[in-house]
Design a protein around this ligand. Structure first.
Ligand SMILES: Cc1ncc(COP(=O)(O)O)c(C=O)c1O
Length: 424
């Protein structure tokens, strides 16, 4: 079997709407490496888009899932419940920031977690409107799309979005938008478009993911908290991409001195198995009536077993510390390139949620071409990278936090060579 023959079959059989960044078909994967059907090995700096922070097939995760497979794979928690679902909820309630009683629900995807967070916020406040930010990504379901702050390819052509969703510019100093600018825009929104007394929630990514790996400034997050408290609005932190040690803390909101009312999680929660969650203030989480939340597969036993193991691994292997160490290594290596590669305009990111941003030298404008060429060169040399950003000019690094030192060194060498070759 070759990548090319499967690719041809894929083109005939699968909607082009499912965009793909590579045409290498996976045969097997282990920690930070993937082997394709032709036997070629790749270093995976994408982690299936931030899903395997604990590495592909972490032995503890696989062991937990195998044990669960041997017991039962599906009963539907709403019909015949299981203990490890309760245990996982208890653990998340204890781990999420905020000194108040918390409760949790499980779902399957990140978008579903976002949908549920909005449902809970609306039910608990009796209000309708939701405020999100430009550049945000919250998923591909209708509310997820509506909240997403990027039209192409996520919203265009998909018709009317749910109403009462408003966007405010996300503060990105590099692009000339300060915290004060964003807060002024929010104030204007409340004066011109929507009464804050009608707003159920403000949803924010502590570090924008698809939008370009921009960290929400500390003063911005604390101002949002204040504004929410002032108007009885709930603050939702979307930690789908930032959670589970990626930023050097279990949750990115731990970098801030305020807590959200509700948090959405998915991706690395279950280390490669589909599971998502919403955790929040107990009284809010209890607002919807029994049956209003849930789903047939919500909190699938295999995902729940994996997630309990993922939490153990993060703790046992001190992955927060490891994320900080790996992130500094990566950023140092990129910083050393700055003099030779003036296209680099920014190197950033907390923990191991890092990114490098490129501009065109002549126009000084964002260069998606430079970023994509680096990605392609690296892929050619066996390193899988992802781009992101509203302008597509950012390379984001989402390697497993369990990546071995020698594999990390190899990846950094490939990255440096690729950037230098695109420059030349
Ligand atoms: C911050 C954020 N929220 C929500 C989602 C949607 O998650 P899913 O693709 O699992 O529906 C994503 C996915 O990239 C995300 O990064």
């Amino acid at each position: 079997m070759s990548n090319a023959t499967i690719s041809a079959r894929k083109n005939a059989a699968i909607s082009r709407g499912v965009g793909m960044t590579t045409q290498i078909y996976a045969e097997r994967a282990e920690n930070s490496e993937i082997w394709d059907v032709e036997g070629r090995r790749y270093i995976d700096f994408a982690s299936g888009i931030a899903v395997v922070n604990t590495g592909h097939r972490h032995p503890k995760v696989i062991e937990a899932v195998k044990a669960q497979l041997d017991r039962f794979t599906h009963t539907c928690h709403q019909v015949v419940p299981y203990e490890n679902y309760v245990r996982l909820a208890e653990r998340l309630n204890g781990l999420l920031p905020g000194k108040f009683d918390k409760k949790t629900i499980f779902a399957t995807t990140g978008a579903e977690a976002v949908e549920n967070a909005v449902k809970i916020a609306r039910h608990a406040t009796g209000r309708q409107a939701v405020v999100a930010f430009t550049g945000a990504f919250h998923g591909r379901t209708f509310m997820g799309m509506a909240l997403t702050g990027k039209v192409q390819p996520y919203k265009a052509g998909f018709g009317a979005m749910p109403g009462d969703v408003f966007h405010v510019p996300f503060p990105i100093a590099l692009h000339g938008v300060t915290t004060a600018d964003s807060l002024a825009a929010l104030d204007k929104l409340f004066k011109a478009d929507v009464d804050p007394a009608r707003v159920a929630a403000i949803i924010v990514e502590p570090v924008q993911g698809e939008g370009g790996f921009y960290e929400a400034p500390r003063d911005f997050v604390s101002a949002l908290r204040k504004i929410c408290d002032q108007h009885g609005i709930l603050l939702i932190a979307d930690e789908v991409q930032t959670g589970f040690a990626r930023t050097g803390k279990m949750f990115a909101m731990e970098h801030h001195d305020v807590a959200p009312d509700l948090t959405t999680m998915a991706k690395s929660l279950a280390g490669g198995f589909p599971l998502s969650a919403v955790t929040g203030r107990a009284e809010l989480m209890d607002s919807p009536n029994p049956g209003g939340l849930g789903g047939t597969y919500a909190g699938n036993p295999l995902g729940v077993a994996a997630a309990n193991a993922v939490l153990d691994v993060i703790e046992e292997e001190k992955l927060n510390d490891r994320a900080n160490l790996l992130g500094s290594r990566l950023k140092q290596r990129l910083e050393a390139l700055r003099d030779d590669v003036p296209e680099i305009v920014d190197i950033r990111g907390p923990g191991f949620m890092n990114a490098v941003e490129f501009n065109d030298l002549k126009t000084k404008l964002p260069s998606a071409e430079f970023a994509n060429n680096v990605r392609l060169k690296a892929l050619d040399k066996g390193l899988i990278l992802l781009t992101c950003g509203v302008y597509g000019n950012v390379i984001r690094f989402l390697a497993p936090i369990t990546v071995q030192d020698n594999v990390m060194t190899e990846a950094l060498d490939i990255l440096e060579t690729s950037i230098r070759e695109v420059r030349a």
